[in-house]
Design a protein around this ligand. Structure first.
Ligand SMILES: Cc1cc2nc3c(=O)[nH]c(=O)nc-3n(C[C@H](O)[C@H](O)[C@H](O)COP(=O)(O)OP(=O)(O)OC[C@H]3O[C@@H](n4cnc5c(N)ncnc54)[C@H](O)[C@@H]3O)c2cc1C
Length: 425
């Protein structure tokens, strides 16, 4: 017999972990997501730089629902546009509203442009599969154009804004492409024709990490050819250059925005309390403030008394707690408070170079950290086939790196679908 019907907005880390625990305890669960698949965001930059295929980092949500052994899971592909709390219904972009007994909001986040003029219009993101493919197309189209023109004075400049894990990983992957793949794949060009700049407004990279790991990251990135600019703030972004707060200018063929996140704009139409970055305010039990019986988990939410980093592990643990609290509430038991179990943080810089910081104080760099990073990411991917194909593609990238980096150019860069995809974000 089914318990109450739970509707979960967003099939990412938090949503899927909540759903799994709820169907296992007899709850009917419907996940609503604007995409037909869940996305493993931590490896999207590998898609953007031609190392992995989009199918390696995404998993069909219909497949997830059909694989659920309880037969209580279902999926609805739609963008949520509103919530009717009085009638307990979620309003969606296509089809009838979806009724719920309990509601869980796990819609993740999008870019925060901090009001910088031109940033929204003239930069690219790598938060979704479509965006990662767009970046890949623009870069490889630019390289092909340079090869065709054969002008020794022309160079392609990729500017990455934001020195957090996403910016560091993206800049590192692009720099490796420049030093290792370019000379083999594009003999018409030289390594100097591809310029990677990483711009960070503070005085350090990877701010949540230990100082020694920050310095290692800076050294490694510089060694593989990234032009790291610390204490450098972006003032305005134009289609072909970036103006800096210190009066300088950077020419750019692509600007990748990896600086800060905020709740999706649509969330402000859902009648929920919002805090910093538009994030939905929750209490320690993950209940939305002022909305008993409505929960939020993952990047989308903020508990002001107990803030946690916007990473996969907190999202997973909060999703699991929401499931337990829905069950506790049904049994009239007290709700549990969220307590984050830190399992460590890591970021990769390039082949054989990464940083790992474990909660017991152990810090790793170099090959050991990189091997751990690869293992953790492969294990966390959803679906056996994804794990195998991602592993094969990563092995190919490791052992046959130069030749494997040739991203196949689609027509994404020019496609109207690209614009539509960005509207969704
Ligand atoms: C490029 C990149 C690299 C990262 N690297 C790391 C890393 O190395 N380690 C780490 O721990 N974390 C990393 N993160 C962060 C990590 O991916 C997030 O913290 C995590 O995905 C948050 O999970 P979530 O469930 O809250 O949201 P998400 O996983 O983002 O899921 C949200 C879901 O909601 C859906 N959605 C959004 N709006 C709507 C709507 N209106 N209607 C319907 N559906 C909607 C989305 O399509 C999405 O499927 C990275 C993030 C990015 C972008």
């Amino acid at each position: 017999m089914s318990e109450s019907r739970v509707v979960i907005i967003g099939g990412g880390f938090a949503g899927l972990h909540a759903a799994r625990a709820l169907t296992a305890t007899g709850h009917e669960v419907t996940i609503i997501d604007r995409h037909a698949y869940t996305t493993f965001q931590p490896l999207l930059y590998q898609v953007a730089s031609g190392g992995l295929n989009p199918g390696d980092v995404t998993y069909s949500l219909r497949r997830w629902a059909s694989n659920d052994s309880s037969h209580l899971a279902s999926f609805r592909r739609a963008t949520v546009t509103g919530i009717d709390f009085d009638n307990k219904q979620v309003i969606v972009s296509r089809g009838k509203p979806v009724s719920y007994d309990k509601l869980v909001i796990t819609a993740g986040v999008g870019a925060n442009y901090f009001g910088i003029p031109g940033a929204a219009e003239n930069t690219k993101l790598i938060y979704t599969r479509g965006q990662a493919l767009e970046v890949r197309d623009i870069i490889f189209t630019g390289l092909e154009l340079m090869a065709a023109q054969g002008d020794p004075n022309k160079r392609f400049t990729a500017v990455v804004v934001g020195g957090g894990p996403t910016g560091v990983e993206t800049a590192g992957a692009l720099a490796e492409m420049k030093t290792q793949a370019l000379p083999v794949l594009y003999p018409e060009t030289t390594v100097d024709t591809f310029h990677v700049v990483l711009v960070e407004m503070s005085d350090r990279l990877l701010s949540p990490f230990d100082r020694r790991l920050q310095r290692y990251t800076h050294r490694e990135l510089s060694r593989i050819g990234v032009d790291v600019r610390l204490n450098t703030a972006v003032k305005e972004v134009f289609p072909d250059h970036v103006e800096l707060a210190d009066g300088g200018t950077l020419d750019s063929d692509i600007v990748i925005w990896a600086s800060g996140v905020a709740a999706h704009r649509a969330v402000s139409d859902w009648g929920l309390p919002q805090g910093r970055g538009g994030r939905v305010l929750v209490d320690n039990t993950q209940q939305v403030i002022g909305r008993p019986g409505v929960y939020a988990a993952g990047d989308v939410c903020l508990c002001e008394e107990n803030p946690v980093p916007q990473l996969a592990q907190p999202a997973i643990q909060q999703g699991q707690l929401v499931a337990r609290n829905i069950i506790n509430a049904e049994k009239a038991l007290p709700l549990e408070e969220f307590s984050y179990i830190d399992k460590g943080t890591m970021a990769t810089i390039g082949r054989n170079a990464a940083v790992v910081q474990l909660p017991n104080g152990i810090k790793l760099t170099g090959f050991a950290a990189w091997a751990m990073w690869v293992a953790v990411h492969l294990m966390t991917l959803l679906g056996g086939r994804n794990r195998i194909t991602a592993m094969i593609n990563m092995l190919v990238r490791y052992f046959a790196w130069p030749k494997s980096a040739a991203g196949i150019i689609g027509d994404f860069a020019d496609s109207p679908a690209t614009l539509a995809a960005r509207e969704d974000d």
